[in-house]
Design a protein around this ligand. Structure first.
Ligand SMILES: [Zn+2]
Length: 262
């Protein structure tokens, strides 16, 4: 399991995740992405411990050799690995991007340095300390009795429908974001909301907070921009759904299970 404790600064070996702009390297056995490496590359970023052994991530140049197979994309890995591996990989993806994007202070423009005992970039010129950005999102299954409101974005594969989602805005409470997003996207009023679970979604740094939301009105009016179509579905007659590892699918399947015997 992944333990969120920073290995000592002098740690130079253990598990290593190798990635580039396109993907994550498979290990030599070909069934995972963790390799024991000694020593780690000089620019390796320490992440914590994987089963009590230090683990780090390193980024390699994006220019793939034309003769080698491209590394599988992070999304492909997340579709197949267990939740414990997903947590580790999501952490690695977000820390790598954050370290790359915060090399200079956003306040005074001087170069930052990485703090050794936590995920933080320190500006020694003005004192600003920057932490990895995490963007909270709501994702919600709107229900009306046994029915589920599912919608499709213009970006989805053909025939795919999913739950509604959106970013929480500055100053906004989570439950207010749910009501606003549902109203904006499908024009439906929401009454009671209840928390389901959350899931890190590292594309690039979302934290999906899953909720069930009970509709108090049924008439759908789509916005036509973020949503191409939306409809009420009975649990036994659903369209093509998102992949099983997504929190969206878990919301849908949990509701279907709960109302199956009614
Ligand atoms: Zn500064």
């Amino acid at each position: 399991m992944f333990r969120r404790e920073m290995p000592p600064e002098e740690t130079r070996s253990g598990w290593l995740i190798r990635m580039n702009d396109e993907g994550v390297a498979p290990d030599t056995a070909g069934d995972g992405f963790l390799e024991r490496v000694e020593p780690w590359p000089a620019d390796a970023l320490r992440l914590g411990y994987w089963h009590d052994e230090p683990v780090a991530v390193s980024v390699e140049a994006g220019d793939a050799d034309a003769n080698t197979t491209p590394w599988p994309a992070a999304r492909e890995w997340l579709a197949t690995i267990s939740p414990a591996y997903s947590e580790l990989l999501a952490t690695a993806l977000q820390v790598v991007r954050w370290a790359r994007d915060h090399r200079f202070c956003g306040r005074c423009g001087h170069e930052t340095r990485r703090r050794l005992h936590e995920f933080a970039m320190q500006c020694d010129h003005c004192g600003l300390r920057g932490y990895p950005r995490i963007s909270p999102c709501i994702i919600t299954l709107v229900t009306f009795g046994r029915e589920m409101l599912l919608a499709r974005s213009p970006r989805f594969p053909p025939r795919r429908y999913s739950t509604l989602a959106g970013f929480i805005e500055p100053g906004e409470a989570v439950e207010a974001a749910i009501r606003r997003e549902v109203m904006e996207e499908v024009g439906v009023n929401v009454g009671r909301v209840s928390f389901f679970k959350s899931q890190s979604w590292p594309f690039p740094h979302s934290l999906m907070m899953g909720f069930f939301a009970e509709a108090t009105s049924r008439r759908i009016q789509i916005d036509g921009v973020e949503i191409a179509d939306a409809a009420w579905f009975l649990p036994e007659r659903v369209p093509e759904l998102p992949p099983v590892y997504s929190i969206s699918r878990q919301l849908i399947e949990t509701h279907r299970g709960a109302v199956a015997t009614r």
